[in-house]
Ligand binder design. Structure first.
Ligand code: SAH
Length: 454
């Protein structure tokens, strides 16, 4: 049980789901040793910024924020200031320490230990009563507490992210992640199951398993395993309603995995399969390891086996050397596939990547924006048409929260749904008949008899 003290922490998180999960772990660990969350950095005992550098824009945001934290640190010199995540990476800490001397501690992604080393070295852990079981040290207790939800999420959060593969060893030419998150390593399935069981006992109903190439889960373990196997194991956790996973790489999307999605009721028919580009020359220079034809064959396999599955993707526009014709190939691919969601990015040069060292970022920013906007317009059109076919259908909505006076939740295909209903539906699955459909959300009403409408 967390100890109560008057110590406080402030945590600021940017970036991907993996960072969200890392921040949740850190918050739980700090709460275990008595720190309470506070909404502003001013006056907090510990302030941590969890960072993303996947694009330059994200990195620039960090420097702006670090500037304001410097002012906070000047006003409150006792504050322990930490920076975590992809800015720090696995080896940037010494350089950052020189550049930002007012930062006390740097933590690599998914590794909170430097902060606790720092606290221990300053004798700030000594007054924490260990716990009921005397054989556990404070450090063991901190380690184990990643399975607890932080106070702010207890009784409120319905979904949680659980990292299963850390790092990445693929090295796409545009991507900084392998340099910052280190080599690929899978977590043992026992740890994952323990975390999921604990989250479910605290009210979580849906879990999303995370990895850069999540469909490579288990291949590096001493006793090799697979994502299919892991999904089947996690699906057995009582009380868990839904299970998702992200991000898949086309080359590892096996039939066994597709069968698991089809056979396990809890595994949602929702696949995140980044294509990145719709032209073979661009794909080769990105070193993605597949062709457009390979990708389309996988899409066919998915649609064959899982006709109702939602297919999401990531696309980068303006990769070095991408011509108008090559870009239009991506446009055509999007038209052909009709994705359920496309995360669009303008190419951004990242230090040390192959693209940064060997290619010229020759598509202007204005041109990148134009290409992105064209794809965005296409996606809006596709989704409007697709979602309208859902009008009159009944969908299962796992209720995640309230927005204004309406409940908000998602379908197994991850479509966002709003509806009006009585109090107390958080965490319930409600059958909702769709009455209105826009490109990015649906609005409906609960099926008669499904919930007590007051
Ligand atoms: N591991 C996943 C994606 C991780 S990063 C994969 O294999 O695809 C999330 C998304 O950010 C990527 O899919 C890509 O579309 C985008 N991204 C990564 N590096 C980028 C860069 N240098 N410029 C623009 N977008 C980038």
């Amino acid at each position: 049980m967390p100890q109560k003290t008057d110590k406080t922490y402030h945590l600021w998180t940017m970036g991907c789901q993996m960072n969200e999960a890392d921040s949740r772990h850190l918050a739980s660990q700090l709460e275990t040793i008595g720190y309470q969350p506070q909404p502003v950095p001013e006056g907090a005992d510990v302030v941590v910024m969890n960072t993303c550098v996947v694009r330059q824009q994200a990195e620039d945001k960090i420097y702006g924020r670090l500037g304001s934290l410097k002012t906070v640190k000047e006003r409150f010199p006792q504050t322990i200031l930490g920076v975590m995540g992809c800015l720090v990476g696995v080896k940037e800490a010494p350089t950052l320490q020189k550049r930002f001397p007012y930062v006390d501690v740097f933590m690599p992604p998914s590794d909170t230990s430097p902060l606790f080393d720092y606290l221990e070295n300053r004798d700030l852990l000594h007054d924490v009563p260990a716990c009921e079981q005397e054989d556990r040290s404070v450090r063991d207790m901190i380690q184990d507490s990643i399975n607890l939800l932080p106070a702010e999420q207890r009784g409120r959060a319905v979904t949680a992210f659980v990292p299963v593969v850390l790092g990445c060893s693929h090295a796409c030419t545009f991507c900084i992640i392998p340099y910052r998150r280190g080599v690929e390593r899978s977590r043992p399935s026992d740890d994952i199951i323990r975390e999921v069981r604990s989250l479910v006992s605290q009210g979580i109903r849906e879990v999303m398993l995370l990895g850069q190439i999540v469909d490579r889960y288990g291949l590096d373990l001493d006793t090799p395993s697979t994502l299919s196997h892991l999904l089947r194991e996690v699906a057995r956790v009582d009380g868990l309603e839904r299970l998702r996973f992200l991000t898949s790489h086309p080359n590892w999307m096996t039939d066994a995995l597709l069968d698991t999605i089809g056979e396990e009721d809890k595994v949602c028919p929702h696949i995140e399969l980044p294509v990145q580009a719709g032209n073979n020359d661009v794909l080769e220079r990105m070193r993605r390891g597949y062709t457009v034809e390979d990708y389309l064959a996988i899409v066919e396999r998915i649609r064959d086996r899982l006709p109702t599955a939602a297919l999401h993707t990531d696309i980068i526009v303006g990769f070095p050397g991408e011509s108008e014709t090559q870009f239009m190939d991506t446009h055509r691919l999007m038209e052909t596939v009709g994705f359920d969601k496309v995360h669009l990015s303008k190419y951004s040069t990242r230090p040390k990547t192959v693209a940064a060292r060997k290619m010229t970022d020759n598509v202007t920013d204005a041109e990148k924006s134009r290409r992105r906007d064209l794809l965005d317009a296409l996606q809006k059109q596709t989704l409007t048409t697709k979602n309208r076919t859902l009008i009159g259908e009944t969908v299962s909505v796992l209720v995640e929260g309230k927005q204004n006076d309406r409940w908000r939740g998602r379908t197994p295909q991850n479509k966002l749904v709003f509806f009006q209903g009585p109090e107390g539906l958080l965490g319930d699955t409600v059958e909702v008949t769709v009455g209105w459909a826009g490109p990015y959300s649906l609005v409906g009403r609960p099926l008669a008899g499904c919930v007590q409408v007051s």
